[in-house]
Design a protein around this ligand. Structure first.
Ligand SMILES: Nc1nc2c(ncn2[C@@H]2O[C@H](COP(=O)(O)OP(=O)(O)O)[C@@H](O)[C@H]2O)c(=O)[nH]1
Ligand SMILES: [Mg+2]
Length: 204
């Protein structure tokens, strides 16, 4: 399947709102707790082994990292810093909170948050905070339960169904299971994101 995500390139990093690219076009942000599997989802989605390594370069882990799609600087993916990084001080956590809050509440081009969760530890306090923020802001949020290969298919389906239940009747909240290891769930995620960018599978 051809996809919009085959030619994704690192654009720039930002420590604060003023350093973000021009707030025009469409942006999809990837959020998640540290170690949830966010970098792996980005790499798998984009078919690149090292894409999210840009975000791992020392000094960049606490930044917003922007990627452009298909040389189209008005279509962007944003890797938000992983939440709950163990070695971070309280002061840095507070900074992180402020930055994320600023980005989420002021970024006009932000159309959707892809929330990455380890399927074995879904809907932790940080995740619930993101979901409630998205509901309040009327922004789409796509709950992505990754590492599905770590549990049985039945258990994975149950976790997905149970996790989505409280959000029934909210069309802006969607969800799926995923595995970067088994490369499962890529088509579902690709379709969901391409839809948002206004590109259907037939025309891509
Ligand atoms: N079994 C399995 N392991 C995964 C999967 N995705 C990520 N991991 C592992 O989980 C750890 C954290 O992944 P990473 O993508 O760096 O998480 P991040 O901190 O959220 O960016 C790494 O050791 C990955 O190899 C998956 O789908 N299946
Ligand atoms: Mg990462």
């Amino acid at each position: 399947m051809s996809s919009l995500f085959r030619n994704v390139e690192f654009m720039t990093s930002a420590a604060k709102l003023e350093q973000c690219p021009e707030d025009a076009g469409i942006e999809i942000a990837f959020a998640g707790r540290s170690n949830a599997g966010k970098s792996s989802v980005l790499n798998t989605l984009c078919g690149q082994k090292k894409l999210a390594r840009a975000s791992k370069t020392p000094g960049r882990t606490r930044l917003l990292n922007f990627f452009s799609l298909d040389n189209e600087q008005f279509f962007r993916l944003v890797d938000l810093p992983g939440y709950g990084y163990a070695k971070v001080s309280h002061a840095m956590r507070a900074d992180w909170d402020i930055m994320l809050d600023e980005y989420l509440s002021h970024r006009a081009s932000l159309r959707m948050v892809v929330l990455i969760m380890d399927i074995r530890h879904p809907l932790q306090p940080f995740d619930l905070r993101m979901i409630h923020w998205a509901i309040d802001a009327k922004i789409a949020i796509h709950l992505t339960f990754t590492k599905a290969d770590k549990i049985t298919r039945g258990a994975a389906t149950n976790t997905l169904l149970n996790s989505m239940k409280p959000y029934k009747g909210r069309p802006l909240i969607t969800g799926q299971t995923f595995s970067s290891l088994k490369k499962s769930g890529i088509d579902t995620l690709t379709d969901r994101l391409q839809n948002l960018f206004g590109i259907s599978q037939e025309t891509s």
